[in-house]
Design a protein around this ligand. Sequence first.
Ligand SMILES: Nc1ncnc2c1ncn2[C@@H]1O[C@H](COP(=O)(O)OP(=O)(O)OP(=O)(O)O)[C@@H](O)[C@H]1O
Length: 266
Amino acid sequence: MTSVPDAGDDGAVPALVVEEVRLRFGGVVALDGPSFTIEPGHIVGLIGPNGAGKTTLFNCISRLYQPESGRIAFGDKDLLSLSADGVADVGIARTFQNIGLFPTMSVVDNVLTGAYSRTRTGFLGAALGLPMTGREERRERDEAWALLESMNLARVGREPAGTLPYGTLKRIELARALMQRPKLLMLDEPANGLIHEEVLELAETVRQLRDERGFSVLLVEHHMAMVMSISDRVVVLNFGQKITEGLPADVAAHPEVVEAYLGGAA
Ligand SMILES: Nc1ncnc2c1ncn2[C@@H]1O[C@H](COP(=O)(O)OP(=O)(O)OP(=O)(O)O)[C@@H](O)[C@H]1O
């Protein structure tokens, strides 16, 4: 018996709509009204120079920050009326820049914690060591192993997470987010700290999983090759404003993007 959060809905992936979101920190305008939509099943890359407002926007969507004004909706759900937990309940999962895995727990158990947000035991229960019911646990464990299998991680499934290299931990963190069966997966600089080959592998994994499962992706990332290779659309922020959005090739050639990235040196 699970209390699957989207029980009762048709399981369809809704669009994420961001409209004129504004947020200041003291005198700093972090977000100055950007608007964009992530259509169902699309991978949208969010790029911009340091301090452009990407993380702030990411944190508004995942409900760590409350904007001063604007609208963020996921289908018919008003995200700004939800807590961070409530966002998970409507099918939005995220990964963190600094990996948040439990180092002494096995990889499969770490991945399993991703299921707790949609099971009867709940994440708090998991943290307190409360077991899921037997049947629930078996089903979730099977799903965790299947996920590890599909991400080429099964061979390390029984290892304590803390013993594994950084690139592997990033993939485990992704597997954990996928255990939530997200409709929207939010990735915060997933390529950070990875070597080039690992980035390409990660990009391919994200695209493949999206193709198989149909979720949408918001990708905040500095690694241009990754963004440009897997995004359906790219949104560019600078000084808290959207300076352009479009297909990756068009965005890469946009004069303001060239200017923002190369400081007019091009
Ligand atoms: N908690 C905070 N308190 C004060 N100022 C903040 C805070 N978070 C962000 N800012 C400021 O808001 C602006 C936008 O920052 P943000 O971190 O969103 O940019 P970013 O595009 O994610 O940058 P980076 O690529 O370096 O991560 C910056 O000027 C930053 O200094």
